[in-house]
Structures are given as C-alpha cells and as structure tokens.
Design a protein around this ligand. Sequence first.
Ligand code: FAD
Ligand code: NAI
Length: 479
Amino acid sequence: MANKEFDVVVIGAGPGGYIAAIRAAQLGFSVACVEKWTNPTGKMVLGGTCLNVGCIPSKALLASSEEFEKVGHHLADHGITTSDVKIDISKMLARKQGIVEKRTGGIEFLFRKNKITWLKGHGKFVGKTDAGVQIEVSPTQDGEVETVTARNVIIATGSKARHLPGMPVDNKLISDNEGALSFDTVPKKLGVIGAGVIGLELGSVWRRLGAEVTVLEAMPEFLAAADAGVAKEAAKQFKKQGLDIHVGVKVDEVKTGKNNVTIHYTDKDGKANTLEVDRLIVSVGRVPNTDNLGLEAIGLAADQRGFIPVDDHCKTSVPNVYAIGDVVRGPMLAHKAEDEGVLVAEVIAGQKPHIDYNCIPWVIYTSPEIAWVGKTEQQLKAEGREFKPGQFPFAVNGRALGMGSSDGFVKVLADAKTDEILGVHVIGLNASDLIAEAVVAMEFKAASEDIGRICHPHPSLSEVMREAALDVEKRALNK
Ligand code: FAD
Ligand code: NAI
C-alpha cells in the first residue's frame, strides 16, 4: 500500500485526541487519527477512556443511583409516598451503554463531517525522514500493517488504571474502573482502595444502590487536594450517608476466595484489621500509556513515571511532535486534555494560544458535588499570600431548600489588597455547573466585588456564589 501522508496524525482518540483532530481539520489540515479501542461487543470505537470507561458511563450510573436514592429516601419530604422501590441493574447498565454508544457514534459522525481519516489500530513510531515522522499502524481487527507519514504528530495516548502488586484485577472480584462500571449485581459488601475521585464517585454509586461500602485510603488526610474546609464538610456528609472511610491505612494483604475478598490492613493507630467484602475496587490513580509506542525510534523518551515531557505549548523535545492529555504533566481531566488538543492544533497553525492551568476546574460528582478552581486556603497560606475569605451556605438559599438539597457552601478566596479572586470552592448541589462562573471570573482576573455586583437570577443556586463573593468584604445580604 502506498505510504499515506498527512499534515497532522493524532495517536489516540480520547477527548484530547479527537478534539485535537477536529480543531486541526477546522484549521484546514489533512488529518488522520490512530485509535485501537474495541468495546466489549467487538466494535471499534472512538472516545477513549472518557467516553467508554470514564467520565460518561460513571456520570450515567451516578444519575441512575441518585434517582434510586431519591425515590427511596427523599420523596417522602415532598409528600410523595412510594413503596417497593426496586432497581433493575441490567436495565441501568443498558441505559449507561446506550449513552456511551450515542456519544462514541457522535464522534464517528464528527470525524466523517471533518474528513478525518480514522486509522483503526495500534500506532507506533518507526522512524523519521525529511518528509516527516513515520508511524506504523497495526490493525486491531482485519487489514494489513501500514505506515503513514506525518508532518506533525500529536500523541494523545491517555492513561490506564494503576494496579497494585498482590491485587490481581480480574474485573470480577477485584476491579478497576472498567469492572466497577459494570457490576451485574449490587455487592452486599464493597471494599474500595483509594479515597480519590474514582473511589468516591463509584463508591457512592454502589452505596446508593444498597452496598455497604468501606473505603481504605493510604494518606493521613482525606481529600488532601481539595480546600481543607470543603474536605471536612465532605467527610461529614459522606459519613452521614454511610460511606465508611478510613484514612492513614496500610493495606498489608489481599486474599481472594471463591466469592469474596479478604483485606488485611493496618489502621492509622497501628492496629491490625480485617475487612471481608464481596467485591473490591482498586482506584489508586492512573498511569500514562507510553509503552509499545516506539518513542525511541524518533529520539523521544518518557520520564521515570512514564509521562512524555512537554513545555507550556505541549511541544516535546522532537520538532513537530506534541503530546497532550493524560500522557503529559498536569491534572488527568478530560477538559484539560481537550483544551490542550485545541491549543496544539492552533500552535501548528501558527497561532498563539495559551492555557492558564490555574484556571482548570476540578469536579467530584458525589452528592453533594465538589468543585473548585484556583488555589485552596492551605495553598495560599503555604505561599504566604494574604487573602480574605468569603463563605455562604446553601442552607439559607430558597432554591436549594425548594430542591431539597441545601447541604454545603461556596467559599471565595480573594487577594487581601487587590481583591483579585484567587480560588473558589463549592460543595453543594450542581457545583459542577456553578463553578463555571468562577472560572470565567478568574480567567478575566475579576475581583470578588465584580461577582458581588453582578445581577444573579432569583431564586437560583448561583445566588450563593454572589453572597460568598459579597462575604469577602463581610457584606453578604442574607447572612
Ligand atoms: P484517553 O481518554 O485515555 O484516550 C486515549 C486513547 O488513546 C484511548 O482511546 C486509547 O485506546 C488510545 N491509544 C493509546 N495508545 C494508542 C496507540 N499506541 N495507538 C492507537 N491508539 C492508542 N475526567 C473529567 O474531566 N471528568 C470526569 O468526570 C471524569 N471521570 C472519570 C471517571 C473514570 C472512571 C475515569 C477512569 C476517568 C475519568 N476522568 C474524568 C478522566 C478522563 O477520562 C481522562 O482525563 C481523559 O479521558 C484523558 O483524555 P486523553 O485523551 O488524554 O486520553
Ligand atoms: P486519585 O489520584 O484521584 O486517587 C487515588 C487515591 O488512592 C489517593 O487518595 C491515594 O492516596 C490513594 N492510594 C494510592 N495508593 C494507595 C494504597 N496503596 N492504598 C490505599 N490508598 C492508596 O485516582 P483515581 O481515583 O484512581 O482516579 C484517577 C484519575 O482519574 C483522577 O486523578 C482524576 O484525574 C481522574 N478522574 C476524574 C474524575 C472527575 O473529574 N470527576 C472522576 C474520576 C477520575
């Protein structure tokens, strides 16, 4: 087969890669994207971790389990009586899969619309010539190995779950994110190793559906990345819901039986403990996909942790080779990967894009949701930066009360002298949407007074953002 040439070849079609491919096509380049993912039905699909076994399926299950919990526990307050509430797990999983397929199919449509060539297989660097970088594509299913030439390459190979020695993941008794999104029954007792984002989100799903969930976390502090005030409130809420979280734990040994898993661990006081569960989720972070990529063939090397070193514009040390998303430094978040995809396509086009990594929001989709942007109170203290905090609870917001979800608060941290917003932290209903206002404000270097002076709709949850901003100068109106 003749060697095909493209202006841009993207390796990986997760949110980083597929967005980079679309933006590059919009800018007039000839674009190909190499992607090898096959779903459990044997179909090759686009969308990567995020669409297939990450953001999208997890949010579908969070929504289903939230509805179930609402009907079972929260409707009585509204005067609505229900009885004999049941959940059909296979239907719930089919709904989740339907949403996944709608989205992955949507990306196939976008590839066709933007005339992006999908090279279906595993991509690997095999060399470099004056014409560009040579990438060998080994088909995942039928077809022949082919080599394409790329004038520019965007590596967007993403990440996979980190596994631990002595805890073999079979996605039946011991699962990573893939298995934990597809349990065919609700475990009676579920163990989770790692109280990070996946542990809390998927632990919440199965708890709401009836599992007794115990989470074992190695770090002495709960949710150390979040603002300490938010983490404290979250720990209180999760405890009230029945999530049994143990911090400062050392997992000593994990043994699997026929239908159960036994975990021997040492608790924070040095006491030996045993936990017996039906299923165990291991959610202890993710590792970048750089193996079998042939980086050495073009003179590139991953760092000690497997990440590809890049500069602020996602340029690697090899000219015209870029890397984005989970395979490079920075938070492992879909929207960060997407923004880097757009940035690189625009850099290739000679534009001057920029990402302010301090303005990338974080969201944990528990109930209440947790979201933040910018610096936490503990980070500002460690930096010695003088700041003024403002905080306002959802408990006195009419809309939150009406919606029956008034736990949590918004906290705004502003510079003590200039009033510039340095960080915003939300724990409460729809925090994932509320945080967008704070991101816009921080991107525009707004002051807390700016949010305080802007008209917000009434009654709405967004009024809590405004009141927290006003509280920076201790002039909240409903406090
Ligand atoms: P990926 O999505 O991992 O995609 C990489 C793609 O590259 C894959 O499709 C892979 O098959 C392909 N690939 C790899 N190597 C090759 C090769 N050599 N040849 C061909 N193809 C290759 N983030 C959020 O922002 N919000 C969330 O709510 C959220 N929820 C999550 C829930 C779970 C359970 C998990 C696991 C993750 C979640 N994330 C979330 C993180 C998010 O999924 C990742 O940050 C995001 O997918 C990274 O995008 P990416 O494009 O860098 O890589
Ligand atoms: P994580 O990094 O969020 O959390 C892992 C947790 O496991 C940490 O608290 C860590 O201290 C703990 N841990 C590590 N080793 C341990 C051990 N041996 N014993 C006990 N605890 C141990 O990683 P997680 O939850 O696996 O998620 C991976 C990534 O996926 C996240 O960092 C995030 O970037 C992304 N993600 C994002 C979501 C979102 O944006 N809502 C949702 C889910 C995942």
